[in-house]
Design a binder for this molecule. Sequence first.
Ligand SMILES: *Cc1c(COP(=O)(O)O)cnc(C)c1O
Length: 454
Amino acid sequence: MDEAVRIERLRALPSIDELLARPSLAALLQAHSRPVAVAALREAVASVRARVLAGEDVRFDERDVPLALGRASQPKLKPVLNATGVVLHTNLGRAPLAAVAIERIARIAAGYCNLELDLDEGERGSRYDPVVELLCQLTGAEDAMVVNNCAAAVLLTFSALAGGREAIVSRGELVEIGGGFRVPDVMRQSGAAMVEVGTTNRTRVADYEAAITERTGLLVKVHRSNFALVGFTEEATTRELAALAKARGLLVYEDLGSGALKPLHGEGLGSEPTVAQVVSAGADVVSFSGDKLLGGPQAGIIVGRKAAIARLQKHPLNRALRIDKLTVAALEATLELYRDGRDETEVPARAALLVRPEVLEARARRLSAMLGAVKHRVVPTLSRVGGGSMPLAAPPSWAIALARSGSAEAVHQQLRAGEPPLMARIVDDEVWLDVRCLADTELEAVSRAVANAH
Ligand SMILES: *Cc1c(COP(=O)(O)O)cnc(C)c1O
């Protein structure tokens, strides 16, 4: 296309005001609010301009407006189909909530509630009161509290228990959580001075002991939740640190991160300490996430000794890091499922981790039958826990491997652009759909998404 044609095509692009006034578009635009109509028309015109500038000979076409309107009126945050096989995918919102937790949120969100009101006394209560007893029952701890997420729990605990003092931590446990956030940076932000002991692979209780001074406030243990250390390794156990702390009048804080409330006995899952084990080993304060292995809402749960938790509650940061009523509602409902022994079937993340391979194979075969003419194979695969939990776990699963048609990345991009978007895994330049995190009710939508992308 020569320069004169290009300039002519650009000049011919309609203005937004002109499009808004066009009788031929009136019926279509009237179905949407003005801000949506304007955003859609801007997008439609901008995309033609971009194509002309890239050298294509195209003009504005009214037939592109419905699609632009559809996009502009869609919420930006929307459900996606998770065929990655990663159960706790941070980019995909981590744990899906249990049905009873969703119902509880809806009920509480719709009106007023006793969030900070003790109904017996008619006095002000604490917002996480509804979950304290459940958390104590499930972990064996004396007391509990909840903040916005586990990083907030780390910040609050360090600020309240080691601010202006020293916190001793092993060099083998200075974890980066993900997204560039590092536990040592969060600790430093609290005003605690970090004293690193041991080496990357070996740290003994004697290393902590040798580092204790009159400025020491806390002995710290960070669970290696998103990486593993194998080979010539050694670490001080919680029990050893607790004995040392007791003898020296100090406290032990363990950041568990992943936070399994009950053991996860399943093929390929390995072993993960439960919160109750760490509490019974003598940790004074333990923190963990609400939306990792627990499978509840985003939250940072802190359990431990009454006196230590009281210090955290009184700290000014507690107010800044507090949870909202919807989190309390969802967390209470989720913890009730654990209390009642219904967690393995009704907490979706836990069910997805514990589901048997035969069930997954049958699900993959059902999806296969729906795919009709789309060429594919049904293959065994390994899923992942994700969300910075259980890095070595590789539970056996089943997947649909789509036959190659162009680059896998290009097919995946089309799947992501679908409605709903479908997130897959790329294996050797093939698109694989791991069925572990797909509900049976989603298979129909998955097969439609695949057909549309072909
Ligand atoms: C994931 C993790 C955190 C942060 O938890 P969020 O709930 O994502 O804030 C902190 N510590 C450890 C050890 C973790 O694994």
